[in-house]
Design a protein around this ligand. Sequence first.
Ligand SMILES: [Zn+2]
Ligand SMILES: [Zn+2]
Length: 206
Amino acid sequence: MWRDRTDELSRLPNVKYVYVFENRGEEIGVTLSHPHGQIYAFPFVPPVLQRELAAEARHKRKTGRCLYCDLIQQEQAGVRKVLGGDRWIAFVPEFARWPYEVHLAPVAHRGGLLDLDEQDDESFAGTLKELLQKYDRLFDKPLPYVMAMHQRPPGRGNAQHHFHVEFYPPNRTKDKLKYLAGSELGAGAFILDARAEDTAAELRAL
Ligand SMILES: [Zn+2]
Ligand SMILES: [Zn+2]
């Protein structure tokens, strides 16, 4: 369904970006209690994606390589890896803004949902489920989160983007949430009292 809608919406002349996401849990401000996702078609590339695309372009100019391919190769080493096989990897990025933030990405270079093959799909579904089960075991309750799919914008010239799915659970502990305050909201600088290596080990062990 995600791919189908991405394909359809990408063809519309005024659509510059198709954004697939899910909000889960009351803590995130969810108004519908049943599981649901959302797909927004924007007439512009949203700021977070613009910044990612610019960083990827910069890295490509400097090294000739894909930023995320390099990142994944680094994370395969293990200390921040949560789970994964040959096709998909889940890890807590060293630049995480939330204690249990996880990025899930195809190991091979794929730009978005439209670029995945059948084996990618199969492995994506399995890894996604495994990750969400870990999340729910973390505090023995359905963990609230925002799931953001970062795929390439439609059209040619965007092949350098590397597809990944970002998860932002707001929890610091079972009953403590991280709130965005002065530094995060006013300066755009996230302060974190958890090490990616530690939260990744915690999730890995579940
Ligand atoms: Zn890549
Ligand atoms: Zn991203």
